[in-house]
Design a protein around this ligand. Sequence first.
Ligand code: GLV
Ligand code: MN
Ligand code: MN
Length: 408
Amino acid sequence: MSLARLWESLLPIGRDDPAGGYRRYAFTEAELACRSWFRAAAAERGLDVSADRDANLWAWWDPPGAARRTGAIVTGSHLDSVPDGGAFDGPLGVASGFAAIDLLRDRGRVPASPIGVTAFCEEEGARFGLACLGSRLLTGTVDPGTARALRDGAGVSLAEAMAAAGYDPALIGPDEDLLGGIAAFVELHVEQGRALADPPGAALGVAAGIWPHGRWRFDFTGRADHAGTARLADRQDPMLPFAVTALAARECAARLGTLATFGKIVADPGGVNAISSSVRAWLDARAPDQAGLDQTVATIRAAAERAARDHDVTVGVRVESVTPPVNFDPELRDRIVAVLAAAGIDAPVLPTGAGHDAGVLAARLPTAMLFVRNPTGVSHAPAERAEPADCELGVTALAAVLEDLACR
Ligand code: GLV
Ligand code: MN
Ligand code: MN
């Protein structure tokens, strides 16, 4: 199957040795090399390839003689990664899209509607902080001016990074023409927990929906001082209310049946022998429903404010992104389950706590997701995995879905 060849050619790009994780951040050298890989895969297949105004990539297999692109069926995912991310989160969906087209062509199928493969820009938000940036811009759920002004950890703005990579930041924003030509989006993705690894143990799943989730930045501001001379009673140490808040997040999530994680903190100025002047910490919170998410964030925020007062420190909290609950189109989901069953593939329907561009597009289009089993249950880390046989079954399933939706 062509998936193996596509995969081998992508695998070395942006991999950090010796940890083995990927650092493919939007518009960096590694991510631009992934974009070249996409363009080469499209060119090798004779697909029409372009970037949209938001730097999302598109490769099209058009019906013979089609004058306009309407009623298109699109698949794909993203090529960027979290810091030291796994190989599969995102790229598996893009490579599987190309491989599914190969499979349909091998069988002599010709599309009646355009089939697209896409790679969305900055899905992880690892560089500019806003997850699913490319699909949010495309659908108009983020203001282009706000997006242009986003800055990475080194102070480089999105506008500057785009311009340096050869994209025009003045153009970013919603693209109704492009969206209006798409009838459905089906994203294949590695499963990111143990939902398929544990019984029933199916190789593939179909998404029911996505938990509501978001990111909040907590800024604790204290007073810098000497670690060896400042008396404990005199300190305004922002690390202490942060520590209390991190523990409160864990306790609150366990009590409410939600998830709350501080995965990134920056202590300034960062001297080992000094009390920090400030601590910035990012909360990622997710819950089965909106009420649970709201309660989780409110509880953690209250804990931070209490702890800040106790330590004579100030705290400010601001939201960086929120994604409301997503229920994927039930008609499309049931149709996909039936197509897979007819192909002899039993795929349970599962919810997920992971965010995806499909969740953003779901507000505008019939959207669905296929999951490929992850035997480690680990994701956003180098141990993320999917077996070759399961990945190939994923391509078979995706081809069956594209054939059903676009080839008659
Ligand atoms: C993206 O993968 C997310 O769930 O944050
Ligand atoms: Mn991810
Ligand atoms: Mn992903």
